[in-house]
Ligand binder design. Structure first.
Ligand code: AMP
Length: 218
């Protein structure tokens, strides 16, 4: 069973949803730097304030800050994980590889969720997030409207601030320029699994279960 994984993919390709399903089925921690940063920002911590000005504009936070955050996470957790939204640059991937090599715990596999522009735009236009538990839902599928209560904890739902059209545009540009090259990076290392993420969550997850169960490394 593979226990050290990375989820790659553009905004709204389903990284959060699949990360959650993988976490539940395979009992893996699913750290997401984006979610950690949102918590730090809410708490107005030094890290949150430093990172917030980038995140609020849809730009990537500098590598040093993110790598620091990931190192801190690895120091306080056991060796298995599925990272959602990390690494997002070649610099982060290099730093991650070095940290994992030192710990003698290399990555087992990378899941690349590949979604069309049309899918991304449709999902973002329907996406709402709980202001308390941070779970993500789709209007018309999980909930009726943004005024519905969170199906998981009853909290208030809201749009993600960085899903606003002009910020989304910047996020997609950052993705194409800085993150997409990681697909080739991990392909060269023989770690990449491409997954068609235009399909429904259950169908995508069935593919992931198959990949994680058949490519056993230990
Ligand atoms: P996400 O929730 O994964 O979409 O991330 C939200 C925002 O957090 C991104 O738009 C970035 O500003 C920041 N962020 C999250 N992960 C990273 C990362 N690995 N590198 C740089 N910035 C990140």
């Amino acid at each position: 069973m593979k226990r050290r994984l990375v989820l790659l993919g553009p905004p709204a390709s389903g990284k959060g949803t699949q990360g959650q399903l993988i976490r539940e089925k395979f009992k893996l921690a699913a750290p997401s730097p984006g979610a950690i940063l949102r918590d730090e920002l809410k708490a107005k911590s030094e890290l949150g304030v430093a990172a917030g000005k980038f995140a609020n504009e849809g730009r990537l936070v500098p590598d040093e800050l993110i790598v620091q955050l990931v190192r801190r996470w690895l120091d306080t957790h056991n060796g298995s994980f599925i990272f959602d939204g990390f690494p997002r640059t070649i610099g982060q991937a290099d730093a991650f590889e070095e940290v994992l090599e030192k710990r003698q715990t290399p990555l087992d596999t990378v899941l690349s969720l590949e979604a069309d522009q049309e899918t991304i735009e449709r999902r973002i236009s329907r996406r709402v997030v709980c202001s308390i538990c941070e779970s993500s839902f789709s209007i018309g599928f999980h909930v009726e409207s943004v005024d519905s209560p969170c199906p998981r904890c009853g909290g208030d739902l809201q749009r993600r601030r960085d899903d606003a059209p002009e910020i989304l545009k910047a996020r997609l540009e950052e993705y194409r320029q800085k993150t997409e090259p990681l697909v080739a990076y991990y392909d060269e290392r023989g770690l990449l699994n491409r997954i068609d993420a235009n399909r429904s969550p259950g169908v995508i997850f069935a593919d992931i279960v198959h990949i994680l169960s058949t490519n056993d490394s230990d």
